[in-house]
Write a protein that binds this ligand. Structure first.
Ligand SMILES: [Zn+2]
Length: 182
């Protein structure tokens, strides 16, 4: 995971004076969403007139839905943002962690859960952090289980013990002590 520098724009929680750029951006956002809405309505009307087209459209939507599901990200890949919307409400939004800000992630026109207005532009934002900590990088490997001694090692050890025994025997004056357990 490469390091991404998360941007801030303004401070969402501080009082904010909307700029001319904000007003222009909001107007554009509304115009785009109206245009999209008109396209959808036209398309719906065409589909009503043409069942084959409607079926084709339904299939396309299903494909997209499946694709979206396959993109579902794990929590540590989701960045949380605090954003101030054009309407003045502060909300939390989320984006894939690879985006350096919520606007480039495509969250440029939000529906405000507070006032219900649609197509609201983001006028300030700051990163809050990932939804979950990334899994710890692979640490040191767990200690290997004690290795079974090889036959050669066992033989070496037996020989060493025999030598040790022989040495002890030679030092011990009484022969009966040989049977003594070490
Ligand atoms: Zn609002």
């Amino acid at each position: 995971m490469s390091e991404i520098e998360y941007r801030s724009s303004g401070t969402p929680l501080e009082s904010y004076e909307l700029t001319r750029k904000d007003h222009r951006g909001q107007k554009e956002s509304e115009e785009i969403s109206e245009w999209v809405q008109r396209q959808v309505e036209e398309d719906v009307a065409k589909c009503r007139a043409d069942p084959a087209r409607a079926e084709c459209r339904r299939q396309a939507f299903e494909d997209v839905a499946r694709l979206m599901q396959s993109f579902e990200k794990r929590d540590h890949e989701i960045m949380r943002w605090r954003v101030r919307l054009y309407c003045g409400h502060i909300i939390e939004t989320e984006a894939h962690y690879t985006y350096s800000d919520p606007v480039s992630a495509g969250a440029y026109s939000e529906r405000c859960p507070e006032c219900g207005r649609d197509s609201l532009t983001i006028v300030a934002f700051e990163p809050l952090g990932l939804r979950a900590e990334p899994p710890a990088p692979a640490g040191p490997p767990p200690p290997a289980p004690p290795k079974k001694p090889t036959r050669a090692e066992l033989e070496r050890r037996v020989r060493a013990l025999e030598e040790e025994n022989a040495r002890l025997r030679s030092q011990t004056p009484a022969p009966q002590s040989v049977s003594r357990k070490p």
